[in-house]
Design a protein around this ligand. Structure first.
Ligand code: ZN
Ligand code: ZN
Length: 723
C-alpha cells in the first residue's frame, strides 16, 4: 500500500491533479470502487480538452468500463476524431467497429467521421475507400459530409491515380443530389486538377453558382501546381473583376509561385507590393513564396532583401536563398550564406546538401564538393536519386570522372533512368571522350532507357568536341526518328560541330533550313567557327545577327574583334572597340582558380593583387624562356591591341591561366597534377603553352574552361586541339 501511495504521489506530481481523467484511469487500473460520471455533458469537455494520446486513452478507458461508449455516438465520434488526430487510425477504427456492432450501423454521422479520420491520416487511402464501399453496402446514404473526403482521398492517393474511382463517386454524388454542394464541388475541382484533368476541373468550377474565395484559390493553385502560370494569373484577374474578391494570403502564395514560373520581374514587384500592403509577409509561407519568386526571376538581390527582412526563417527560406544564388551563378555567395546557416538555429537538410553540391559543381571545386559529400554522409541524409545524380554531376564537373563512374555503377541497372545516364554522358562529353560518350549512348538505349532532349544535347556536343562529324550527323537524324524535336540548342551543337570541322558552308546551310528563327547560340557557334577558320565573310553575317539579337553581349564583340585582329585589320578592331567603349561595354574579366590541398588561389589577367604576384611574375618569365627553348612560338593573334610585338608577348604571358599554372608549379610538389578552373575559354596561346608545360615538367594539368575540360599530359591535350 505505501508503494501504491508513492506511485500515486509520483504520478500526481507529474500530472496536475486538476485533470480528472487521470483519476478515471486509476479507477480502471486499480479497480477502485469509483463510479464514473455517466453523462455526455461530463465527458464532452474532457474529450475536447484532451491534449495528447495519453490523456485521450485515459478518458477512453472509463467510457469502456462503464459501457457508456456504446450508448453515445457523439462521444464515440469524438474518440475516433481524437485518435485520428494523434496518428492512431487503428485505435479509431476499433472504436468505430465497436459502435457499429452496438446497433449504430445506420448512422451516417459515424461513417463520415471514420472516413474523414482515414482521409486525414497519412497512407490510409485504401482503408478510406474500402470503408466508403462498406458504407454503401450497409445501405447508408453518403451525403455532403461524405463526398468531399472521398474526393480528397482520390486526389491525394499515394498509390497512383484514383481518378477513375473518383469519376464513379462523382456520378454517385450527382445521383444523390449533392453535386451542387459548395464543399463537394471544391473537392471535385481539387481532385480533377490534381490528376491533370483540367477540362473536368474547370467544368465543375465554371458551373458552380457561388464559388467563394476558397474555390477560386483552389482552381488558381491547381493551375500553378500544374505549371500553367498564365492560366493561374488570368483566373486571378477574373476573380477580382467578376466577383470582386480580393486575394488572401493563400492566394498570394500560389500567385507568387506562378509569377516565379513565368520569371517576369515586373509582375514580381507588384505581387511583392501587394503582400506588403496587406501585411502578409509576416506569415512565413507567404514570405518564402515571395523569396522563391524573386530567385526564379533571377533577382537574387531582391530575394536577399526579402530574406533579410523575414521575422522568422525556416529551412525552406534558407534553401530557397541558397538555390537562388547557385542558379544565378553566384555560387560563392551561396557558400558564404551556408556558413551563416550553420550559425543559425535552422538545421540543414538533404535539399540544402543538394543545392550546395550543385554550387560546388558550378565552381568546379573538387575539394569543396568532397566536403559536402562528407557532410551528407555525416548527417546521415538519405541519398535519393536526385542527390545521387547531383553528386555524380559534381564529380564529373570537378574533373573526377572516375568517382562519377563508380557512383553510376553503384546504381542498380533497373533503377537507372534518363537523368542518371545524362549526367554520365555529359561528363564523358565534357572531358572530350567522344567515343566513350557514344558507347554510353548506345548502352543507354540497349538497356531500354529512352534518350531525351538533354541526352541529345550532351551527345551532339561531345561529337563536336571530339570532331566526330559523321557520328554527330547520325545522332541528329536519330533524334527526329525518335520524335525528339530538335531545339535551338541542338542546332547550335551541330553548327558548332560542322563549323569546327571546317564545314562552314554546310553549317550555314543548316542554319538557313531551320524551321524557326535561329537564336544567338546558333549564330554564336558559327561566329566561333569563323574565328577558328578565319572566314571573315560568314563571320560578318553571324556577327550582324548577334549584335541585333544580343546588343549588350560583350563576348561577341570581342570575338569579332579577334577575327579582325587575326587578319590584322586594325582599323575595324579600333572601330569595334570604340563602339564598345561608347556603349560602356567591358570585356568580361578572365579569371582562373587553382586548388591544391586546402588552398584556393584566384588570379585575373595581369594580376597585381595576389599576395605573391611578384614571385609569380618571375616564375612566368622563367617559364616563358623554357617554352621558347622547347620551340613555343607565341600566338600573337590572341592579343587584342595593335601594340608592339614585345608588349604583346608580355600581355600573353600574363593571362590568368598562365599565372595560375606558374603558381601551381612553384607551390606544389613535382609530379602532382595541377587543377585549374577558368571562367572563359582558354586562348590558343595558353593552350599550346600548357601542352608544352605538361611535357617539360612531366605533370598532368587539368583545366576546366568555360566550355569543357582539357587534360594536358605529355605535350598533348585530351581535346586534340579541338575546343
Ligand atoms: Zn591565354
Ligand atoms: Zn585542350
Amino acid at each position: 500500500m505505501p508503494l501504491l501511495l508513492l506511485q500515486l504521489r509520483g504520478l500526481l506530481s507529474r500530472k496536475p491533479f486538476l485533470n480528472p481523467c487521470f483519476l478515471y484511469s486509476l479507477g480502471s487500473a486499480f479497480s477502485f470502487s469509483y463510479i464514473p460520471d455517466s453523462t455526455e455533458s461530463h465527458y464532452d469537455p474532457l474529450l475536447k480538452s484532451a491534449d495528447g494520446l495519453a490523456s485521450l486513452r485515459q478518458i477512453h478507458s472509463p467510457l469502456v468500463v462503464s459501457g457508456f461508449v456504446s450508448q453515445s455516438i457523439h462521444l464515440g465520434a469524438q474518440l475516433i476524431a481524437g485518435y485520428a488526430k494523434y496518428g492512431e487510425p487503428t485505435s479509431a477504427r476499433s472504436v468505430f467497429d465497436h459502435l457499429i456492432g452496438c446497433g449504430n450501423e445506420t448512422s451516417s454521422f459515424l461513417w463520415n467521421t471514420m472516413i474523414r479520420a482515414y482521409a486525414n491520416a497519412a497512407g490510409c487511402s485504401y482503408e478510406a475507400l474500402e470503408l466508403y464501399s462498406l458504407m454503401r453496402r450497409a445501405q447508408v446514404s453518403p451525403n455532403n459530409y461524405t463526398f468531399p473526403f472521398v474526393f480528397r482521398v482520390c486526389a491525394s492517393s499515394e498509390a497512383g491515380s484514383l481518378i477513375l474511382l473518383g469519376r464513379v463517386v462523382h456520378g454517385e454524388a450527382v445521383r444523390a443530389g449533392f453535386d451542387s454542394d459548395l464543399h463537394v464541388e471544391a473537392a471535385l475541382v481539387h481532385m480533377y486538377a490534381k490528376w491533370g484533368e483540367f477540362g473536368d476541373a474547370r467544368k465543375v468550377f465554371d458551373e458552380m453558382p457561388v464559388k467563394g474565395l476558397v474555390c477560386w484559390t483552389a482552381m488558381i493553385t491547381a493551375y500553378e501546381q500544374a505549371e500553367k502560370p498564365e492560366e493561374a494569373l488570368s483566373l486571378m484577374v477574373e476573380m477580382q473583376r467578376e466577383e470582386g474578391l480580393v486575394p488572401d494570403s493563400v492566394t498570394v502564395i500560389s500567385v507568387a509561385s506562378a509569377v516565379g514560373q513565368l520569371a517576369v520581374r515586373k509582375l514580381a514587384g507588384s505581387v511583392h507590393a501587394y503582400a506588403i500592403r496587406n501585411i502578409f509577409l509576416q506569415q512565413i509561407g507567404v514570405a518564402n513564396s515571395i523569396l522563391g519568386m524573386y530567385t526564379r526571376c533571377g533577382d537574387a538581390q531582391k530575394a536577399r532583401l526579402v530574406f533579410e527582412k523575414m521575422v522568422e526563417r525556416n529551412v525552406i527560406s534558407w534553401n530557397s536563398m541558397l538555390s537562388g544564388y547557385t542558379q544565378n551563378g553566384q555560387a560563392s555567395e551561396a557558400l558564404i550564406l551556408f556558413d551563416e546557416m550553420n550559425d543559425s538555429n535552422v538545421e540543414a537538410n538533404a535539399v540544402t546538401a543538394l543545392i550546395m553540391v550543385a554550387a560546388c559543381a558550378y565552381l568546379g571545386s573538387l575539394r569543396l564538393g568532397r566536403k559536402f559529400h562528407n557532410f551528407v554522409i555525416d548527417r546521415n541524409f538519405t541519398i535519393d536519386k536526385n542527390l545521387h545524380n547531383a553528386l555524380m554531376d559534381m564529380y564529373a564537373k570537378c574533373g573526377d570522372l572516375k568517382t562519377a563512374c563508380e557512383m553510376f555503377n553503384s546504381i542498380n541497372p533497373s533503377m537507372r533512368d534518363a537523368s542518371s545516364w545524362n549526367v554520365l554522358i555529359s561528363g564523358y562529353g565534357m572531358h572530350g571522350h567522344g567515343r566513350e560518350t557514344l558507347n554510353m549512348f548506345s548502352r543507354m538505349q540497349a538497356e531500354g532507357v529512352d534518350p531525351n532532349h538533354i541526352t541529345f544535347t550532351s551527345v551532339l556536343s561531345a561529337c563536336s568536341h571530339a570532331g566526330l562529324v559523321n557520328e554527330g550527323r547520325q545522332c541528329f537524324d536519330e533524334m527526329q526518328k525518335l520524335s525528339v524535336a530538335p531545339e535551338a540548342k541542338h542546332y547550335a551543337c551541330v553548327v558548332d560541330m560542322l563549323g569546327r570541322a571546317g564545314k562552314l558552308q554546310e553549317a550555314f546551310d543548316l542554319i538557313k533550313q531551320m524551321p524557326f528563327p535561329p537564336n544567338d547560340a546558333v549564330w554564336g557557334a558559327l561566329l566561333l567557327a569563323c574565328k577558328i577558320h578565319g572566314n571573315k565573310e560568314l563571320a560578318r553575317i553571324a556577327a550582324d545577327k548577334l549584335f541585333e539579337l544580343q546588343p549588350g553581349h560583350t563576348g561577341y564583340y570581342v570575338l569579332m574583334s579577334n577575327i579582325y585582329a587575326a587578319s590584322e585589320r586594325w582599323g575595324e578592331v579600333g572601330n569595334l572597340r570604340q563602339y564598345m567603349k561608347d556603349k560602356g561595354m567591358k570585356k568580361p574579366a578572365a579569371f582562373s582558380v587553382i586548388e591544391f590541398g586546402e588552398e584556393i588561389h584566384g588570379f585575373h589577367t595581369a594580376d597585381r593583387e595576389h599576395p605573391y604576384w611578384e614571385e609569380v611574375y618571375r616564375e612566368v618569365e622563367i617559364l616563358a624562356v623554357k617554352l621558347k627553348m622547347a620551340g613555343h612560338v607565341p600566338d600573337l593573334s590572341c592579343t587584342l591591341h595593335d601594340m608592339e610585338e614585345e608588349d604583346k608577348e608580355l600581355a600573353l604571358n600574363l593571362h590568368s591561366e598562365k599565372l595560375a599554372v606558374a603558381f601551381g608549379i612553384m607551390r606544389t610538389e613535382s609530379g602532382m597534377t595541377i587543377y585549374l578552373t577558368k571562367n572563359l575559354r582558354v586562348c590558343n596561346d595558353c593552350h599550346s603553352a600548357l601542352k608544352l608545360l605538361s611535357h617539360i615538367f612531366d605533370r598532368e594539368i587539368v583545366v576546366r574552361d568555360g566550355n569543357r575540360f582539357h587534360h594536358f599530359q605529355g605535350g598533348v591535350c585530351s581535346c586534340n586541339d579541338y575546343w
